[in-house]
Write a protein that binds this ligand. Sequence first.
Ligand code: ASP
Length: 313
Amino acid sequence: MAKVKPFMIGTKNAGKFLYAGTEMLRNGGSAIDAVEASTKLVEANPKDDSVGYGGVPNLLGKVELDASIMDGGTLRTGSVGAVKGYIHVISIARMVMEKTPHVMLVGSGAELFAKAMGFKKQNLLTKEAKASYQSFLKRYAGQPKEGEKPWYVKYDVDFGLREWYDKLTEKQHGTVNIIAIDKNGDICSGVSTSGTAFKFPGRLGDSPIIGAGNYCDNRFGAAACTGRGELAIRLSLARTIVSYMENGMTIREACARGMKDINELHEKGDMNCLAMDNKGNTMSASTARESIHWYMDTDSKEPEERKGIWIKE
Ligand code: ASP
């Protein structure tokens, strides 16, 4: 494999946060360190309402985070899901990969692990996210009266869960995907999200599911997804896109085919992917809009916006 200049790519919300990781790559740092550093900045950005602090909460008003990280050299990976109270889930996922014999920890177990690893608990719900939750309650459920159980407890899943999820997931969701390649040719991919807005508590999307929202293999490349996670899980989408490259498709063809596979499910909800191949080519694709991604290498002065493809059907 020809040597590739170290670089990173990220989704729209990663833009300026690629500086930090690229600086590490410039100083000879690893792809894993670069991905973690840039992802942490997105997690800490209160203006991003789909990742970390500031993420939109679940049905009960609690912010619940998912993340995963994968090392393309060893195929080691770690993920956490439905984590409350810890902002840097990308780092907890990395610890799962590096310090445990496991791949995935969720809910109270993941929180216990985070505490044991010395992560500090903190509030993740910003004023804006709380206001968004209040207006969601007003719009879809009405405010419970004093002493009355809220609607979602009374009616549980029969109360049109599928219908309002369809409505909500059209707009309110997002994820950060970041992929880097370092001076040794090692590729790392990382994904972090608060998931779909007002999701059912305990719902996991594609982000913490290795192969669905995230996959990385030095021999072929990496892919990560954002969008309605349930669809990516059903297709093992990230792994499938990497497999398409493995089997001879160009990165553009592989991403296009992945989006076509989503369209062929004929379900509500959009899907987007970000990918890198082992030659250093990059691509993004969407079923719903003009797709862009950010690129930054060790010689870049600033992140460069790259156009992806829109696969409409
Ligand atoms: N894929 C994420 C999830 O389903 C949300 C998103 O990227 O929009 O949790």
